[in-house]
Design a protein around this ligand. Structure first.
Ligand code: FAD
Ligand code: DHB
Length: 388
């Protein structure tokens, strides 16, 4: 098989890249280890920033976001006894959208189907070869046949466990592991809030998010290694009530049937450069952020916006300049989001140290109480322009 761009991974980065390339007249083939049903159902991120929505709309993928997504003006920031609303639209003119990654993924799969995009699901033994010359990928297809895919370019969109990242020799890696994880639940109950609540509490951080008018998504800071099945539903709701301030100024957290429990370890990871020869990395293949700033999915979309433009210029106009600039261009935003995600994480997660707690509370009061402080958070959360 031969194509212009071999895309490894059918997550949001890989599928959006193949969609943008097709719109620019560039051919691609996508390889994915999991099944189509599995990638469409994986529960992950929930917030799209302003420029992600703009990009998806411009790519013809905005209809369901507009119809079924929920536009939010901002978030609540709280600590015991206080809840403050930060209005991003008022502060920056930009909003965010609650629209689950599962929905983005379904829209992308439908769009790729409509285009007859070649996607090989349930492949194995994916290996990258000859990256500096005539690259190709070998793999075993779903029927067990060995296959070879030749391409001018390989796009490594295979997330944090795929083989692309390791195919960049002598890459520099920057990493921070956090001493806590997020325990996430999905519940069949109407959200108890109109906008997300990010809560600092001496017991640990809690977040109230949502997926729809009848589905809530909530998170608790827990120690690393926590087994999600070791927490009963009652214990989860009790702890969420405590940390989110049930009873505070008459506010109530409505519990409901829990349909999913998972624990997500937290780390920051940046690999530089994001290119080696004819291999380009995008999304989680090149960087991981802790989820507190809701940046992981948005950063994958921003990478792909740059990479799509670069590869279209390369193939359609024989212009290599954007491709050569891609890694440096992408890394500017990667480091901005890496800083913001680290900053939100360290401001909101407790360590048991009283000095840290006082610094966090002081910072929270300043962010919530000062227009300058609030604008800094709002600008980063609602997202910088794609070309930042
Ligand atoms: P992925 O979505 O990981 O896609 C990579 C794809 O490559 C996958 O489909 C994978 O199966 C495939 N693949 C892997 N190996 C191979 C191979 N050898 N060959 C072919 N294909 C391969 N972000 C937030 O902002 N908020 C959240 O709440 C949040 N929750 C998360 C929960 C979990 C459990 C995880 C893992 C991530 C979460 N994230 C969250 C991060 C966000 O989901 C990611 O940043 C986003 O999915 C990145 O998209 P991607 O396409 O780069 O990578
Ligand atoms: C969600 C996840 C996040 O990481 C975040 O900061 C906000 C919301 C969510 O899954 O809804």
């Amino acid at each position: 098989m031969r194509t212009q761009v071999a895309i490894i991974g059918a997550g949001p980065a890989g599928l959006l890249l193949s969609h943008l390339l097709a719109q620019g007249g560039v051919e691609s083939v996508v390889l994915e280890t999991r099944s189509e049903e599995y990638v469409a159902a994986r529960i992950r991120a929930g917030i799209l920033e302003h420029s992600s929505v703009e990009l998806l709309e411009a790519a013809g993928l905005g209809a369901r976001i507009r119809a079924e997504g929920d536009e939010h003006r901002g978030i609540y920031l709280q600590w015991p006894g206080e809840r403050h609303h930060l209005d991003f639209v008022d502060l920056t003119g930009r909003s965010v959208w609650v629209y689950g990654q599962t929905e983005v993924q379904k829209d992308l799969i439908a769009a790729r189907r409509a285009d007859d995009q070649e996607i090989h699901y349930e492949v194995s033994d994916v290996a990258l070869h000859s990256l500096e010359d005539r690259p190709y990928v070998t793999f075993t297809d779903v029927s067990g046949n060995p296959r070879r895919l030749d391409a001018a370019v390989i796009a490594g969109c295979d997330g944090s466990f795929g083989p692309s990242r390791a195919a960049v020799p002598a890459a520099r890696v920057h990493e921070r592991i956090y001493p806590y994880s997020w325990f996430g639940i999905l519940a069949d109950v109407a959200p108890s809030t109109d906008e997300l609540i990010y809560a600092w509490h001496p017991n640990g951080f809690a977040l109230h998010s949502m997926r729809s008018e009848s589905v809530s998504r909530l998170y608790l800071q827990v120690p690393n290694g926590t087994d999600p099945q070791s927490w009963s539903d009652d214990r989860i709701w009790d702890e969420l009530s405590t940390r989110l301030g049930h009873g505070q100024n008459g506010w109530k957290l409505n519990p409901g049937p829990i349909t999913d429990k998972s624990v997500l370890p937290m780390r920051s990871y940046v690999q530089t450069p994001m290119r080696h020869g004819n291999l380009y990395l995008a999304g989680d293949a090149a960087h991981i952020v802790p989820p507190t700033g809701a940046k992981g999915l948005n950063l994958a979309i921003a990478d792909v916006a740059l990479l799509g433009r670069a590869l279209i210029a390369k193939f359609r106009d024989a212009d290599q300049r954007y491709a050569d600039a891609y890694s440096d261009d992408a890394q500017r935003r990667v480091w901005r989001c890496t800083h913001f995600s680290w900053w939100m994480t360290t401001m909101l997660h407790t360590s048991g140290d009283e000095f840290d707690a006082e610094l966090q509370l002081s910072q929270l009061r300043w962010v919530a109480g000062s227009r300058a402080g609030a604008t800094g958070l709002a600008e980063n959360y609602a997202g910088l322009p794609i070309g930042y």
